[in-house]
Design a binder for this molecule. Structure first.
Ligand code: ATP
Ligand code: MG
Length: 244
């Protein structure tokens, strides 16, 4: 085990808004790391910089010991193993669940390999029975699962999950947490962004907290949630350590 991702002194501003400021953290290979913090604290922006959607103003991103050049594209980053879900999933709505996954699997594989990988992922994500459904017709839960399935089709080393539990009822959430564990057991490292603290505590081994674009603290999830500074940062927000 070593450091899979090392982010050092990362900053980005939009106009006058310092969305992320001098952020330093790392992700251990194999862990499920929580990235939490109030609305607007810079969580999605961090994922956007790591995945190549935004280019940082300063600071560095190192993946598997190699610095990622600023201009490396989203697709190139995906190729070296960096995948992410979107806060709002963006599937090819007109395609079936199968084709959504297969199309992405084809990018790195022969047709036969892609078909095999797609079947494997459909089984793993328990989407097999829905493989012929048009993805635009799926429930929120299944759409989120398909988004994860599509991430898996690039055989990633890291999946950054941006609020994959949002909008789910408690039993759907349990199933989804089980899916996150399954993905992690497959050897995939996970960065888990979530407002539902019960989910964070149940699946994450470590947590880092952002507040106004800066790192507030890090530690074990329960310890971090009881930190008075974290509680204060969330005051007026929507966090409750016992639920959502
Ligand atoms: N493309 C953009 N243009 C301008 N401002 C942006 C852009 N992206 C993010 N921001 C700003 O950066 C700050 C951080 O936003 P970000 O989306 O990263 O927060 P977040 O922690 O993901 O919040 P949430 O929990 O609500 O999803 C906010 O003030 C947001 O308005
Ligand atoms: Mg966000």
């Amino acid at each position: 085990m070593g450091k899979l991702l090392e982010v050092t002194d990362l900053s980005i501003s939009f106009g006058g808004i310092k969305a992320v400021q001098n952020l330093t953290f790392h992700i251990e290979e194999g862990e499920v790391l929580a990235l939490i913090g109030p609305n607007g604290s810079g969580k999605s922006t961090t994922v956007n910089m790591v995945s190549g959607v935004y280019i940082q103003n300063s600071g560095s991103i190192v993946f598997e010991g190699k610095r990622i050049p600023e201009k490396m594209s989203i697709a190139e980053r995906a190729k070296i193993g960096i995948a992410r879900t979107f806060q709002t999933p963006k599937p090819f709505s007109h395609l079936s669940v199968y084709d959504n996954i297969y199309t992405i699997a084809l990018q790195k594989n022969s047709k036969a390999q892609a078909a095999e990988l797609t079947d494997e992922i459909l089984n793993l994500t328990k989407l097999y029975d829905l493989k012929d459904a048009r993805s635009g017709k799926l429930s929120i839960e299944k759409r989120k699962w398909m988004d994860l399935a599509r991430c898996m089709a690039v055989k990633p080393k890291l999946i950054m999950m941006d609020e994959v539990m949002a909008g789910l009822n408690p039993s759907e959430m349990e199933d989804s947490l089980e899916l996150v564990r399954t993905i992690n057991k497959e050897g995939i490292t996970v960065l888990f962004i979530e407002h539902v603290m019960k989910a964070v505590v149940s699946v994450c081994t470590r947590a880092i907290v952002l507040n106004q674009g800066r790192l507030l603290c890090e530690g074990e999830p329960m310890e971090v949630l009881n930190n008075p500074e974290v509680v204060a940062a969330y005051l007026g927000g929507e966090v409750h350590a016992d639920g959502n």
